[in-house]
Design a protein around this ligand. Structure first.
Ligand SMILES: [Zn+2]
Length: 279
C-alpha cells in the first residue's frame, strides 16, 4: 500500500516517546492518599529511581523525548525536572494536581493550568503541549489550550496521524491504550482483579501495533509512566524498543513538540511533505 507521507523526507512513519511523570499525584487525586506513605511510595519511585535510569537509556540511544509533568510533582521533585531539561528533553503540562479536567469546573480547569504552568516554568520549562491526567479532557480543554497559547494536545484516540483541531491552530497527537504501559502493567491498591502482564507478552503486543502503524504511515505516540516502565525488568523492554525504533531509518523519532511543528507546517502547506521539503 502506498501512502502519502507527512513526515520529513525519507521517513515513512514516526514515533514519539512520551513519559507521564505522575509522581505521587495519581494516588493523591484518586485515593485521597496524601497521608499514606506506603501508597505514595509507588509514585515516588518514578522521579527518585526511574527517571535517572530512563534518562540513561535515552542518552545512550541519543533520543529526545517528552515528559508530561503535573505542577505539584515539579514542586516536590524539582531535581528530576531539571535533570530532564538538562538532557534537552521536552517538558509538557500534565495538570497541577492529577485531577481529570472532565471532573473539574471551568474555573478549576483554568486555575490548574495557570498553577501548573507556573510551577514548570519556574524550573525553566517552555511549555507547548498538554497531556491530560488519564487523557480525560473536558469539552472546554481544546479551547482553553488554544486561548493559553499551547501548540498541541496529546489526548485523543481518534486517529493514527496528527491533525489540527478545527477552528484553532492546536495540533492533536493521538494516543491509544495499546501503546500505554499502564494499560498492561498498572497494578495498585484498589485493582486487585487486574493481573500484571509479563514484559514478553507486552513486547509482542507493542511490536504488532508499532508495525501496523508504520505500515500505514502513522505515528506511534508511546505513553510511558516512570513508576510503571521504570521497574528493572521493564526497563530492558524500553531499551530494546527504543533501540529497534532508532535503528529503523524509515521512522522519524522526535519530541512531541517537533512532531506538532511538522504537523502544523503540513496543515499550512499540504504539498510541503509530498514534495520532500522539510522546512
Ligand atoms: Zn498521569
Amino acid at each position: 500500500m502506498s501512502q502519502q507521507t507527512m513526515w520529513p523526507a525519507g521517513r515513512e512513519s514516526a514515533a514519539c516517546f512520551t513519559f507521564d511523570l505522575d509522581g505521587e499525584e495519581v494516588w493523591i487525586a484518586n485515593l485521597q492518599a496524601a497521608d499514606r506513605p506506603g501508597v505514595l511510595s509507588q509514585g515516588t519511585y518514578g522521579p527518585k529511581v526511574a527517571v535517572p535510569l530512563i534518562l540513561d537509556i535515552l542518552r545512550r540511544h541519543q533520543v529526545a523525548a517528552t515528559f508530561f509533568v503535573p505542577g505539584r510533582v515539579a514542586e516536590r521533585h524539582p531535581g528530576a525536572v531539571r535533570a530532564i531539561l538538562t538532557d534537552s528533553h521536552e517538558i509538557g503540562y500534565h495538570g497541577y494536581t492529577h485531577r481529570s479536567p472532565a471532573d473539574l469546573s471551568a474555573a478549576e480547569e483554568e486555575s490548574e493550568l495557570v498553577l501548573g504552568r507556573r510551577a514548570l516554568e519556574q524550573l525553566g520549562a517552555q511549555l507547548r503541549g498538554y497531556r491530560a491526567p488519564s487523557w480525560d479532557t473536558s469539552e472546554r480543554t481544546v479551547g482553553l489550550l488554544a486561548e493559553h497559547g499551547f501548540s498541541y494536545s496529546s489526548n485523543l484516540m481518534d486517529d493514527i496521524r496528527p491533525y489540527q483541531h478545527p477552528g484553532t491552530s492546536l495540533i492533536e497527537l493521538p494516543v491509544h491504550w495499546l501503546l500505554d504501559d499502564a494499560a498492561h502493567f498498572w497494578f495498585s491498591l484498589g485493582n486487585w482483579d487486574k493481573t500484571i502482564r509479563s514484559a514478553a507478552e507486552v513486547r509482542q503486543l507493542w511490536s504488532e501495533e508499532a508495525s501496523g502503524i508504520a505500515g500505514l504511515g502513522g505515528i506511534a505516540v508511546w505513553t510511558f509512566h516512570p513508576q510503571v516502565i521504570g521497574r528493572p525488568g521493564r526497563l530492558r523492554l524500553l531499551d530494546e524498543l527504543i533501540g529497534a525504533t532508532v535503528a529503523d531509518s524509515s521512522v522519524w523519532v522526535a519530541r512531541a513538540d517537533e512532531v506538532a511543528s511538522a504537523a502544523a507546517l503540513n496543515e499550512a502547506d499540504p504539498d510541503r511533505a509530498r514534495s520532500g521539503r522539510t522546512s
